[in-house]
Structures are given as structure tokens and as C-alpha cells.
Design a protein around this ligand. Structure first.
Ligand code: CA
Length: 381
């Protein structure tokens, strides 16, 4: 089997209501999709992440100009070989960021081809599924104005509970006092409900404030405290982790085994959160899981993609072992964005849907999606 073409699709659509997280206003949804075509009639889909503020064209340009020329004619099933070929070829100007997102999207599409060509889901190629369903946690709690939205966010928490979620992650990083007001309101709205909370400040604070926020929430039974400080400073992560009795999570802005080695070796994390669509794809994901496992750190992926990225992430999450085995160990959970998103609901014919807080693992070949080409055209940049 040979790769005959690699196509990229840049999608964008403005948001009816822009929203903020601690790093800026998100005004549009973007997505970079990758299609690997072969001479065997099998094609595979992948996705390069578009973080909230990221334009989709950057990763697409890297795929078109840097990766496609070195992959044409190769056997797409040689996933590990091709990962190294792409990594070595781009190392001197890549390693991280949108370039690694580009490599990730291609790698995911190669695994999709490999699964489809054998008629098996990707989780089977990864060594099998540890779980046949994955618990979803609600991500959302974005701001429509900025500070002072505790009441509205408490209502949002109640509606997530009504929709079946038993775990939710609250976006913070709008000032310590405002953050604490939000958490008071959210906890009050959920009083007596069997709900676990996480918090995520998207590295809005330095070490002192990050610790101050965490200390004030130590009685909240948080499952984790995500991105308390900037991703470039593992020593700051360690300082926060040593000061608090809350598991510290991070890694959505880190890449490959090399990047995670830096975080893990410094004792920065309790929970590593690579995103499949930027950490280096399934191939790098396997490396990172092994590395984290050896350090006693649980991998629980970050998920922020379209229906393609979500489907691929689900295949991966099903195959991740728990780092601390117990009969009733905490299993990895699926980050389920609850804001409206046409690239999730309409882009693929089999969107990832939660029911009563759970997502069933599909058994279709590859990553298990068929892309609606009319949606690709409708939102093409
Ligand atoms: Ca996050």
C-alpha cells in the first residue's frame, strides 16, 4: 500500500457569542483536518489541533509543504517509521507548537488507514481497550463578559448535572476573588449532588497566586487543578504541587516524549494531559503513556478537537492503562466540551455523544468516522 496524496482542509466559522477563557476572547471555531489517500482505495482522517486562538492555516501549511513531500509513496501502515521520518525532518524548526500539530494530524490519519486496512478499530492496534465506555466530564464555564458571572456559571453547573454529568471542570483565572466567588456559587448549586469538580486556570497566575487559589479550594475534593502556571516552567509546577494537597494536571501545551520527559523528570505533574492532536498523534501518545507510567503519573488526555479529533481521542483514552491499579481505580475521563460546535455535531456522521455522563466506545474500523464532505465545503476557509 502506498500514500498517493495528503489533503488538508481548513475550516472556520465565527461564533455567534464570543466567549473568553483566561487567555483571551475566542471569536471563531477553527479546525485543520487531514486526509491521507492511498492506492488501495482506503483513506484515513486526522486532525491538527486549533487551540482557541490558533488559526487553522499554520498546521495546514506545514503538512502541505514540509510533511507531504516526504511521505508520498510510503506505506501508510509504517506508522512508527513515518513518525520518526517526519520528526527528524522537521526537528530543527519544529518539535512543538503548530508544527507538531501538523505531524499529529498526519499520524492520526496514518493510524486510521492502518485500522481500516485491517478492519479493526485503532484501540485494537494500540493493544486493546481497558474500558468499553468512558466517563465524560463537562468542560465549559466560559465567560461571556469576564469577571462577575458567578450566578450564570452556577446555573450552568446545574444544567450539566441535569444533562447527566457527574464530573465538571470549571474555568478559572479571572482574579482570585472572582474565581473563589465562582467556586462558591458552583458548589452551592451542586450541593448534595454526586459531582466531582476540577479547576483549570489556563496558566493565568504565577506561583504565589496559583498556590493561594489552590489553598482556598483544598476542601473542595477537586479531582485535579489544571495548568496552574505557565507550561514553560516545570519548576513552578513542582512548587505548586509541593505546596498543595490537590493533584496537579497539565500538558495540553507540551509535545512528544521529549517535552513530557522534561515535565515528568522534574516531578511537575500528578496527571499528564497530552492532546492527541498536537502531542504527536497516536505514535507519540504511546511513547508518552509509557514514560508517564514509569514515573507513576496518570495520563488523562486533553480533548479539544472537531468530531474527528474527538473520535481519535476516544480510541486512545480507551487504551490508556491506569497508573495506580486498584479494583475501583479512578479511570481516565473524556473532556466533553458542552459549547455549541458545528465541527463536532455535523462534521462526522457518528459524532461522539455522551449519555448520562458516559460515552460508548465504537468498534468501527480505524478511528470510526465518516466525514461529511458538504460540511468541509460549507466551512472551508
Ligand atoms: Ca485546559
Amino acid at each position: 500500500m502506498k500514500i498517493t496524496d495528503i489533503r488538508t482542509y481548513c475550516l472556520s466559522t465565527p461564533l455567534e457569542t464570543p466567549f473568553a477563557y483566561s487567555q483571551g476572547w475566542v471569536k471563531a471555531r477553527g479546525a485543520t483536518l487531514v486526509e491521507v489517500l492511498t492506492d488501495a482505495g482506503v483513506s484515513g482522517w486526522g486532525e491538527s489541533i486549533c487551540m482557541g486562538l490558533q488559526p487553522p492555516q499554520i498546521a495546514a501549511a506545514a503538512i502541505e509543504h514540509a510533511l507531504k513531500p516526504i511521505l508520498l509513496g510510503a506505506d501508510p501502515r509504517d506508522v512508527e517509521v513515518l513518525w520518526h521520518r517526519m520528526y527528524h525532518h522537521t526537528r530543527d524548526y519544529g518539535q512543538k507548537g503548530a508544527l507538531m500539530g501538523a505531524l499529529s494530524g498526519v499520524d492520526i490519519a496514518l493510524w486510521d488507514v492502518a485500522g481500516k486496512s485491517l478492519g479493526v478499530p485503532v484501540h485494537r492496534l494500540l493493544g486493546g481497550a481497558f474500558r468499553s465506555r468512558v466517563e465524560a466530564y463537562a468542560t465549559g464555564f466560559y465567560r461571556l463578559r469576564g469577571p462577575g458571572e458567578a450566578k450564570r456559571l452556577a446555573d450552568e453547573a446545574a444544567s450539566h448535572r441535569k444533562n447527566g454529568f457527574r464530573a465538571m471542570k470549571v474555568k478559572l483565572g479571572f482574579g482570585i476573588e472572582d474565581d473563589l466567588a465562582v467556586m462558591r456559587a458552583v458548589r452551592e448549586a451542586l450541593a448534595g449532588e454526586p459531582v466531582t469538580l476540577m479547576i483549570d486556570s489556563n496558566h493565568a497566575y504565577g506561583v504565589a497566586d496559583a498556590i493561594r487559589l489552590g489553598r482556598a479550594l483544598e476542601d473542595a475534593g477537586l479531582r485535579w487543578y489544571e495548568e496552574p502556571v505557565v507550561p514553560e516552567r516545570p519548576a513552578d509546577y513542582r512548587a505548586v504541587r509541593e505546596a498543595l494537597d490537590i493533584p496537579i494536571a497539565g500538558g495540553e501545551n507540551e509535545y512528544t516524549l521529549f517535552g513530557f520527559q522534561g515535565l515528568l523528570a522534574q516531578g511537575a505533574l500528578d496527571v499528564a494531559q497530552p492532546d492527541l492532536c498536537c502531542c504527536g498523534g497516536f505514535t507519540a501518545a504511546k511513547h508518552i503513556v509509557a514514560l508517564a507510567h514509569a514515573q507513576g503519573v496518570q495520563v488523562n488526555p486533553h480533548v479539544w478537537g472537531s468530531g474527528v479529533g474527538q473520535a481519535a481521542s476516544l480510541q486512545w483514552i480507551a487504551s490508556i492503562p491506569v497508573a495506580h491499579h486498584a479494583l475501583f481505580a479512578a479511570e481516565p475521563v473524556f473532556e466533553y466540551d458542552t459549547s455549541s460546535h458545528p465541527f463536532r455535531s455535523r462534521l462526522v456522521k457518528e459524532p461522539v455523544l455522551q449519555h448520562e455522563g458516559w460515552i460508548e466506545l465504537p468498534r468501527r474500523p480505524g478511528i470510526g468516522v465518516e466525514v461529511n464532505r458538504d460540511v468541509l465545503e460549507e466551512f472551508a476557509v
